[in-house]
Design a protein around this ligand. Sequence first.
Ligand code: 13P
Length: 334
Amino acid sequence: MSIELLAETAQAMVAPGKGIIAIDESTGTIAKRFASVGIENTEENRRAYRELLLTTPKLNEHISGAILYDETIRQSTRDGVPFAKYMADHGMIPGIKVDKGAHPLAGCPGELVTEGLDGLRERLQEYYRLGARFAKWRAVINIGESIPSGTCIESNAHALARYAALCQECGLVPMVEPEVIMDGDHDIETCYEVTEATLRSLFDALYQQNVLLEGTILKASMVISGKDCDEQADVEEVAEATVMCLKSTVPAILPGVVFLSGGQSDEQSTAHLNAMNQLDKLPWPLSFSYGRAMQQAALKLWAQDMKGNYDAAQKTVFERARENGMAALGKWEG
Ligand code: 13P
């Protein structure tokens, strides 16, 4: 696959004022989200819910692409149009989650390593045939008493780089996601140090595996106080710390960085992105690839009345896309 095509896709993913909607929850994760609002976790409910999200009118004004799950990329709208085709027809790039989840890392109690490299080449080739043009792999880095270890950071970086090289061979833009988890009572300085070490290790591994950064997107977590930390950094502090950490670790040639929401409220996630985009001289576009912060309001509405609230739920999705799209330009007004 030519690097030009990969670079073109990567640039389109972070086009000005546009971001990604992450709807790649595994069947287990969507079960939890559905249970929290009283929806039964059936295949048809999962399909109908993903259809609601993807067919939101005018979604492509602020959304460049969506990350799908294995089941979802094989599903269709109620009119029989495969979701990947529906997206391409509406100017949105289909993406696919390809990792097989974070599992306990042997020898490192309390730490996780993401699995899924076995057979990945063949799976990527199939996803390309099904219409996917980018793929996502999420590594999980927990902060706690004496963790993360160097072993955890390096093992995850190595797997991310192996996956990224395979993606590019198969014509898919790798979205590399090393998520530093917000859970815990650590302060923002600790989050900064861990994020910095994680990103340094990641870009070192990408270099070692011959990954072309021009055709790669970073999905990053923000530098933020732990959820249970007594002292919560404010919006400006989060924005400044996150941008400084990225500037010191992420090469300028990368086409863009998108953020996960990671358990932040809708408003926080938008305010943080907006504040970052109001800072001077950013080397790359900073945008969003939110899951919960794009969906949670719509899911609640839909759960209350699947038919009666369908349009209202889609309006909510559009509104969240619009707000985050404005934040990607630093023009969100709150
Ligand atoms: P959240 O925005 O809900 O963290 O999800 C994004 C995602 O894709 C996590 O892998």
